[in-house]
Design a protein around this ligand. Sequence first.
Ligand SMILES: Nc1nc2c(ncn2[C@@H]2O[C@H](COP(=O)(O)OP(=O)(O)OP(=O)(O)O)[C@@H](O)[C@H]2O)c(=O)[nH]1
Length: 307
Amino acid sequence: MDTQTHRAGHVAVIGRPNVGKSTLVNALVGADLSIVSNRPQTTRHRLLGIATVPGGQLVLVDTPGIHREGGKRPSSALNRVLNRAARGALEGVDAAALVVEAGRWDEEDALAFDTLRESGLPVVLVVNQVDRIADKARLLPYLKQVTEGRDFAAVHPISALRRQGLEPLVGSLLSLLPEQAPLYGEDEITDRSQRFLAGELVREQLMRQLGDELPYATTVEIETFTEEPSPKAGVLYRIGAVIWVEREGQKAIVIGKGGARLREIGRRARERMEQLFDAKVFLQTWVRVREGWSDDESALRTLGYGD
Ligand SMILES: Nc1nc2c(ncn2[C@@H]2O[C@H](COP(=O)(O)OP(=O)(O)OP(=O)(O)O)[C@@H](O)[C@H]2O)c(=O)[nH]1
């Protein structure tokens, strides 16, 4: 591989809920969502997908906590704490794609931009859903308004849904990444594997059942995943999932009274796996504490943020 002309790096995809981030990631990565299935997610980022294109590789990640829902500018002291946490979450990220809805820009989007810029990241503005704007002339004043006084590395009106405007966007993002060989080799990338999906299904149940109580840095690791023939169901999967939290107190929250919550999380995740894999699933779940993730997070917790 000629590393001279190859660029690769991490791109944070940031934006309010429902703005079209998943649609964009799917469009960039292609029909077969490529994902690394054999690495535990030990970093702060959640891997969304990997777009491997001629001359480069975009590793698209989610960085929780950058977008502050509600979009109220916090006090300066709180802002400092939040920005420290944001910097932590953005560690190892080379560029950010701030996704907004065409025609809409409010305090929440402005805050996300400021946080990203203060972290020193180049920010590409992705103005999504332009297909919904019938009168394209309306876009120009909007673009002028949102870019005024803000140093975006590039601005791209796109339609993630209709796959429009994506090539120039990829070009802009690539140009912001360091020249280096691909970060993930072909052999590490598989189509969404069942193992990966198993982790996602446990994560989904954690989010559904814990909601706001879900500790910030919780990660799910599929430790074991074996397949054997089953006389009744055809296939039986034995899956061992570890839910990593940061502190004993969080472990208690996830486990619940008498273990009820963890049992429910496991039961529902198993049912979804059986549906999806069309097989019998034997799922075991554990909660383990991995300490010392970050001082910023304990600072946030003191203020009632972060958990
Ligand atoms: N018309 C139009 N709709 C879009 C476009 N991109 C996404 N959508 C729709 O917007 C809705 C939300 O899209 P998602 O990709 O799930 O949004 P998201 O930002 O990932 O949402 P969260 O996971 O809640 O953060 C879906 O119904 C999409 O089909 C677009 O370019 N044009």
